[in-house]
Design a binder for this molecule. Sequence first.
Ligand code: MF3
Ligand code: CO
Ligand code: CO
Length: 257
Amino acid sequence: MKDYSNYFKKMKIAGKLAAKTLDIITPYIKPGVSTETLDKICYEHIRDNGGYSAPLYYRGFPKSVCTSTNHIVCHGIPSNKVLKESDILNIDVTAIVDGHHGDTSRMFFVGDVSVKSKNLVKATYESMMMAIKLVKPGLKLGDIGATIQKYTEEKGFSVVRDFCGHGTGTTFHKDPNILHYGKENTGPSIEEGMTFTIEPMINEGKFDVKMLKDGWTAVTKDKSLSAQFEHTIGVTHNGYEIFTESDIKFDQPPYLL
Ligand code: MF3
Ligand code: CO
Ligand code: CO
């Protein structure tokens, strides 16, 4: 087995910077703030801490982070549009440090949100964590998807099919694709030293997605709410390491809910 401890160390530095960026943006999330203001603060925090925002100019993406509100499934583009009371918001940050990628996203609440928003966000978080906790060498990729699908569908939600998790490391997106739906005990086996994201997008209604004309923003076709969380993890000899954990636990309940 190739020694991957140095590689994991670098992945963790990038992951921690991405997580910290989401920590420091948290107090700014209030009614009246524009998503491009949040984008700028994230960009500067990453830059001032020795990193670069991977999304900026990635395949022509115009901003540093993705901001996806309410029925936006993913890849929302920061703009002068302001947040309003009761919005739910995902911010997805990817920091590159020393050539390594840390990719993570969380949900935020703008003021008070509805009980149905909270339930969707909670189920999405729990489905991601449930899948992460299974990860160890020998687990099949299908088990990750099956776990997320079963848990969220039992609650009446649906799993987005059009976007998936991915290998990440010295390149932003690489093999394998990590599907968030699927069948137990199918697909390739997970191996020690692998690094990838788990990032389920869960819809309150149907799983169908529509692309907006900007070429990036994906929304639910039925306009129902959508939630997402993302961590970057590495596979160890007997389990996993989460590279994008928040040091102050802002990535988990009860802070979140
Ligand atoms: N961070 C997203 C992911 O989880 C990718 C964003 S690419 C962008 O894979 F170009 F839309 F920013
Ligand atoms: Co990702
Ligand atoms: Co991401």
